[in-house]
Ligand binder design. Structure first.
Ligand code: GLC
Length: 554
């Protein structure tokens, strides 16, 4: 062995086994309509996003997930695609996209894009043709069925968004029903049709060839259907079918997608939206390392701000995912759900408190949640604006636009304290949704200037992750903690961290021996309120405080 090779081998041993980028990365979800507007039409777009890449690089995230920007009638704001291989003019051009990928990569970041395989828009030429008659070329690309014997829909499946609506729409002209697990304007593709699979593989290749690092696959657990289309059993009859669809053939389909990704160089990846609210079900979509690279696990997205609840969430993931080699994901907010700061801002104990007290506590919780999210074993996904501590907006009825009632979490990101907050609209118009009511105080520019802001906390947490193999990919062990406190130790080789989260309104004294079984001393790396950072830890957690600790003296 030459000295060189020996030195490299020694370096590798010191660094530990290597981990794929998507296990160590922190992702940041961009909802393009609401991120940044480059052309003053009140809707965010790709040039706007490009102009703000510096903000994301400064924040310290590693990868971007871009929600749909494809041509679309926008009935579901882009999740109804009418051309998978072009950019909607609202967002820019393919050239803008190519430049974006180039600039993202030049900034040292990765980019994955949303891919909507389960359904198209009803305006997609494939569906327009399918609907034109029973013998049309694309008829078999969608799921058509004759009426049930009594004349109604073929089965009892319900659509998303409106729990009373069937997942079927009758087409008068051809006398058949078509399936749509979402809106009638989002017909489901039939993935049993080989031509659909080929067309969708071509879509993936189109974007892989343009250099994307991977995909977020929308409701990917729904692409396989039981060919008999059986009724949902009575116990889940009232649920939208998309939250219960879970059939073996989907795994075969996903293995084929994975095989396609694997033919590309550069470690391309796919994270699947698997909207089945049990970690055990989610785990199966990783296959034996030959299906999804990552799958969203959404039950923590509905977990209350309680130590016991979160302990159970962590235990479930540790039990169901980790032993089978499935690397977990953690998400607190996204474009489909109330923001976590809003969700945690509930509880009887708050009654009678003045707004300022309530605001302070809600901010404390959002900060502690950031420490939790970025401290847990797994790949975290941030949703734009959570780093500013945004809450949901109240949208006046006249301005509500989403069929799923999700406008509240989709407000344009407030960039600065100017009257339009970085969203000047030509001709004095308004952005597509109102900005948050507190945008004058809570915006990116003000927080950049304020070292005590939640934005700076996210930056410190992201920097701490970058500096610590234990946080990025280490093992995780839950610690015995007093009620109301969650604690876990992260370890990679000699690198160690401890994360403690106080979910209560009380101070908690923690016996340092509970952290490692020894009396070793700890230092505060990051604190949700910035208290004591860089100094020895004094063993006390303030209300709703969370800390990342490292062994003192290292
Ligand atoms: C996913 C998306 C959501 C969309 C739905 C239908 O759940 O996240 O926004 O409405 O799929 O495409």
């Amino acid at each position: 062995m030459t000295d060189d090779v020996a030195a490299r081998a020694a370096d590798q041993v010191a660094a530990g086994p290597s981990h794929p980028w998507w296990q160590e990365a922190v992702f940041y979800q961009i909802y393009p309509r609401s991120f940044a507007d480059g052309d003053g039409d009140g809707v965010g777009d790709l040039p706007g996003l490009r102009s703000r890449l510096g903000y994301l690089a400064d924040l310290g995230v590693d990868a971007l997930w871009l929600s749909p920007f494809y041509r679309s009638p926008m009935a579901d704001f882009g999740y109804d695609v009418s051309d998978y291989c072009d950019v909607d003019p609202l967002f820019g051009t393919l050239e803008d996209f190519d430049r974006l990928v180039e600039e993202v990569h030049a900034a040292g970041l990765r980019i994955i894009i949303d891919w909507v395989p389960n359904h198209t828009s009803s305006a997609h030429p494939w569906f327009v043709d399918a609907r034109s008659g029973r013998t049309s070329a694309h008829r078999t690309w969608y799921v058509w069925r004759d009426p049930a014997p009594g004349g109604g829909p073929p089965n009892n499946w319900r659509a998303a968004f409106d729990p009373a609506a069937p997942a079927w729409t009758f087409d008068e002209a051809s006398g058949q029903w078509y399936l749509h697990l979402f809106e009638p304007s989002q017909p489901d593709l039939d993935w049993d049709e080989p031509a659909v699979r080929e067309a969708m593989a071509d879509v993936l290749r189109f974007w892989l060839d343009r250099g994307v690092d991977g995909f977020r696959a929308d409701v990917v657990h729904c692409i396989g259907k039981d060919p008999a289309l059986p009724d949902n059993p009575p116990e889940v009859e009232s649920l939208p079918h998309c939250v219960v669809n879970d059939v073996p053939v989907t795994h075969q389909r996903i293995r084929e997608l994975r095989a396609l990704l694997d033919t590309y160089p550069g470690d391309r990846m796919m994270v699947g939206e698997v909207y089945l609210l049990s970690a055990a079900q989610v785990a199966t979509y990783y296959g034996d390392g030959n299906e999804l690279h990552l799958a969203f696990n959404f039950s923590p997205l509905y977990a209350l701000w309680q130590a016991d609840t979160w302990r159970q969430q962590v235990e479930e993931v540790d039990r169901e995912l980790v032993p089978r080699g499935a690397w977990p994901t953690w998400v607190l907010s996204n474009h489909d759900n109330r923001r976590h700061r809003t969700r945690y801002d509930v509880g009887a104990s708050w009654a009678g408190e003045d707004d300022a007290t309530r605001e302070r506590r809600s901010e404390r919780r959002a900060r502690a949640a950031a420490v939790l999210l970025l401290g847990l074993r797994g790949t975290p996904f941030l949703y734009q604006g959570e780093e500013l501590g945004l809450t949901d907006i109240d949208v006046p009825e006249a301005r509500r636009v989403d069929p799923g009632g999700r406008d509240g979490c989709r407000a344009p990101l407030p960039w600065d304290a100017t009257p339009d907050h970085g969203w000047p609209v030509t001709g004095g118009g308004k952005p597509w949704l109102p900005l948050p009511a507190d945008a004058t105080e809570r915006n990116a520019a003000s927080q950049q200037d304020d070292a005590g802001s939640i934005l700076h906390l996210y930056r410190r947490l992201l920097a701490a992750r970058h500096g610590s193999p234990a946080l990025r990919h280490g093992d995780q062990r839950l610690l015995d903690m007093p009620g109301g406190v969650l604690g876990f130790a992260r370890t990679a080789g000699t690198d160690r961290r401890v994360v403690l989260v106080n979910f209560t309104d009380d101070d908690h004294d923690i016996d340092p021996t509970a952290l490692s079984g020894t009396t070793m001393a700890w230092r505060v790396d990051v604190a949700s309120d910035a208290e004591g950072e860089g100094r020895p830890w004094r063993g006390r957690l303030a209300p709703d405080q969370a800390v990342v600790l490292s062994p003192a003296g290292i």
